[in-house]
Design a protein around this ligand. Sequence first.
Ligand code: SF4
Length: 314
Amino acid sequence: MNCATITNFEAYENCRLCPRECGVDRAAGRTGVCEETAECRIASAGPHFGEEPCFSGTRGSGTVFFTGCSTGCFFCQNWQISHEGAGHVYDRESFYALLKALAAKDVHNINFVTPDHFWPHIAWACSRLRTEGVSIPFLFNSSGYHREDMIEAYAGHMNIFMPDFKFADPELAQQCMQDRRYPDIALKAIRKMVELKGFLTPWDPSGETTAVSGVLVRHLVLPGHIQNSIDALHLLKNEFGPLLPISVMSQFRPTRLCTARDCLTRTLSPQEFEEVVAEVESLGFENAFIQSVPDSDAFMPDFRRNDPFRGNRR
Ligand code: SF4
């Protein structure tokens, strides 16, 4: 399939926007793995201060949280929107107006969170925003689970890529998101992102100067799966070298769905995280954000609230 065509709204009619390639007609109200039709749904939009400092800066990152997810990890920290459908429908004009209003809040960037399954809407709105003079960076904040041949289309609109690299272990990927191809698919996607946009720039961990372009890769450490994290770091280092900007996160919290499965039912221990951080150091990563082990849930979202993040209240 030609990817120039799959960024049009017609792409929803035989949806192959992500590696699931469901082939369903979302325009007719059907849903695939992402559980969303062609009606764009959003759970929350506003300045957010819980991203890495190079994105949140002093005025916040303009996050837009889309409902649904093509990756669908059962432990998702945003489970209310990825699994339970929290969100409201925005038609094209109201979606555009939402983004324009967000940009007018003087945020450092517009941060599209889990955007791939609504890519036609996003590509359309981003083109229009640029035509109308909105110049702040657009950020693609994603699971890393993408069709490699979509990355060029994304890069035509996005300045910054912030993909996860969640699983080095195919069996863990199968267990968590039902696709053991994840490590291979995500590495290919990230490789293409780096080829097209380079590493994140400028690199200013203090957040005094916010990022304007390039790639930063995130990894959330899962309790009881330290070897997966160590293997993920090795794969990233071997592929991209020690200058790749990375963010290693400790914030995992068990969700209702973890309890229901009796899997990943505890938080990460400080010792586990220290082991992973030691590996970051021994591999020589030079541009790494290391999240401190959180002692509060200030940035654990509750999408039933207007602003889902208590930590955003200032
Ligand atoms: S975006 Fe949704 S419907 Fe389309 S291929 Fe992916 S999971 Fe399936």
